[in-house]
Ligand binder design. Structure first.
Ligand SMILES: [Zn+2]
Ligand SMILES: [Zn+2]
Length: 289
């Protein structure tokens, strides 16, 4: 299983999860051309695309041209009903896409299974878009999760109920939107600064680290094995700032978490995830035979 962030930040968000036979996109805020270029660079093929999961309808998360591309290639979209209304208002061709049976609705807190047999749990996030969701994806073998991935971007605040749904992950893509000092001292208009730093805005580096601190307080094994820092602001953050914010946290030698930082104009290198059960099975064979 591989996770790759194809694009991240206010100019477009798109990530891909691929098991070698099937792949899914989370968000589609890029053009078909950019998608195909990224897929090629990362060694993926569009033929494996089985669907797109939409988190919300801000312009950096869906692209009308990508919608047309998916309609042509018969790639279904999974979204919330309120998303359908917003997209239809902006893009009347959505009606034909919907009528072709390629639109599947999910509801908050109700896990759904896609044709790939993957289980997705949408959870509500506090953000200034109609409905915004984070996702926990569990890929199961013998009814037990063998790979679990979390995706949390575009949220102004987090709470313990939310955090507890994102424990024991192989990978977590977590928003590190801005450095609070850079944000406060930026030349942005005050209303924008307030919006971004508000409860329905974006998660700062410090807020993201406190999220991880909370997971750690539940037990160090509750932390994800891989962390991808996503949705970095180009004006009020930098990969260096985002990484620096984690420095103290990572000093704890009990933490064994690999970190990657997504940059807006670069595709991250694919992160390979091992199936937990298979690995445990191999250990069991080694120990017992
Ligand atoms: Zn947003
Ligand atoms: Zn966004």
């Amino acid at each position: 299983m591989r996770f790759t962030m194809l694009a991240s930040g206010s100019k477009g968000n798109c990530s891909i999860i691929d098991d070698g036979q099937n792949s899914f996109l989370i968000d589609g805020g890029i053009s078909p051309r950019t998608l195909e270029t990224h897929l090629k660079i990362s060694g993926f093929t569009p033929k494996r695309l089985q669907g797109l999961i939409l988190t919300h309808t801000h312009g950096d998360h869906w692209n009308p041209r990508l919608l047309a591309y998916c309609a042509e290639k018969k790639i279904p979209w999974y979204l919330h009903k309120t998303h359908a209304r917003t997209i239809y208002d902006q893009h009347s061709e959505f009606k034909a896409f919907y009528e072709s049976g390629l639109v599947h609705f999910y509801t908050a807190n109700n896990s759904f299974e896609t044709a790939t047999g993957w289980h997705w749990l949408p959870v509500n996030l506090s953000h200034d878009s109609l409905e915004t969701f984070g996702f926990r994806l569990d890929i199961k073998r013998d009814q037990r999760p063998c790979i679990s991935i979390g995706y949390l971007a575009d949220l102004g605040i987090w709470d313990q109920v939310l955090a507890r749904q994102f424990t024991d992950l192989d990978l977590l893509a977590l928003e590190f939107n801005h450095d609070e000092t850079l944000q406060k001292n930026s030349k942005r208009p005050p209303f924008l600064i307030q919006r971004i730093m508000g409860d329905e805005g974006h998660l700062s580096n410090d807020q993201a680290v406190s999220f991880l601190d909370y997971l750690k307080s539940l037990g160090v094994q509750k932390l994800p094995k891989h962390l991808v820092q996503v949705h970095l602001s180009e004006q009020c953050n930098s990969p260096e700032h985002a990484q620096e914010s984690l420095k103290l946290f990572l000093k704890d030698s009990a933490i064994n978490m690999k970190v990657q930082t997504a940059q807006s104009k670069k595709t991250t290198s694919p992160i390979n995830l091992l199936e937990r059960n298979l690995f445990a099975f191999a250990e069991h064979i080694k120990e017992n035979y």
